[in-house]
Design a protein around this ligand. Structure first.
Ligand code: ZN
Length: 295
């Protein structure tokens, strides 16, 4: 089904039918708002690290940078992906689209774009962990604590040592090969909320929105595995996969999926245009089918 409007109408049918929406936010969604994790479009503050340390992507930096370079790297990473998040129309449109349903977000990048667009934090699972927290690098204890601010780190404040063993600390992200990630109490609570959402939703009408998710693991998440597992187990599950940067594939393309390689912003804006949300509150019944805008 190559025609865009036909695929969009299928996506709208899935949206009208569903009661619950699971949003899987991937790196491609970040790219659309300027949060690049590799390549020439990387934020200028982070680009020098790519050249100097020959990083394949920004996640490599957490693993291969020497200790003296880490505080400034953490500070710059934190400024780009946590403290100074850009305004995002695609996230705002997405919020207006999904807020009339039960929804939950699995965000594989640790950036805060969803929260900035008014998604309630209690509806978000940050699968990669928290970019503003530190933990013991040896995972000797379950403690996590606030990282010094970007300004403090850039002005020479060293990373604190572990309060239990006195060893090194590091960023609380699940991106290291040693599996020493320490789940914070918030992280554990988010996992429980995610499980409980999927348990409630999977036997009802669950729509999975895969937005720019990598076909490979990214920060430990392979979104396609999650969607395909749920779609295989539960015939009522539908999937809208929007992936502009990588080849699209899905075994059950005929019935359960709508595939897009257009920009996420375009597809979400067209869905919202066909299913406009009221200014306030939660919209009630879906509106009748409307022919999408021609481009
Ligand atoms: Zn320790």
């Amino acid at each position: 089904m190559f025609d865009y409007n036909k695929r969009l109408n299928r996506a709208l049918e899935f949206f009208d039918e569903c009661t619950h929406i699971l949003i899987l936010g991937g790196p491609g969604l970040g790219y659309e708002v300027g949060l690049f994790t590799y390549g020439a479009d990387m934020d200028p503050d982070l680009h020098p690290y790519m050249a100097k340390y020959l990083l394949f992507n920004i996640e490599n930096g957490f693993q291969v940078l020497p200790d003296p370079a880490l505080p400034a790297f953490y500070a710059k990473y934190r400024k780009v992906f946590y403290d100074n998040i850009p305004d995002s129309k695609v996230h705002a449109d997405l919020f207006d689209l999904v807020r009339r349903k039960h929804y939950f977000v699995m965000q594989c990048n640790p950036d805060r774009t969803f929260e900035k667009a008014k998604f309630p934090p209690e509806n978000i699972f940050y699968m990669a962990g928290d970019a503003h927290l530190l933990q013991c690098a040896n995972a000797c204890c379950a403690k996590v604590f606030e990282m010094p601010s970007a300004e403090e780190l850039l002005s020479g404040t060293p990373l604190p040592v572990c309060p239990e063993c006195g060893g090194k600390t590091r960023i609380n992200l699940d991106t290291f090969p040693d599996k020493n990630f320490v789940p914070s109490p918030t992280f554990t609570e988010q996992i429980q909320k995610h499980h409980s959402f999927v348990r409630r939703a999977r036997k009802r009408k669950l729509l999975i929105l895969e937005l720019g998710c990598s076909i490979r693991n990214h920060f430990g998440l392979c979104a396609m595995q999650i969607s395909e597992y749920l779609a295989r187990r539960f015939p009522g599950v539908r999937v809208i996969r929007i992936n502009r940067h990588e080849a699209l594939s899905f075994e059950r393309t005929s019935e359960q999926t709508a595939l897009f390689d257009e920009p996420i912003a375009r597809v979400v804006a067209d869905m919202l245009s066909a299913r406009p949300a009221p200014k306030r509150g939660r919209p009630k019944a879906p509106t009748p089918s409307v022919r999408p805008r021609q481009r």
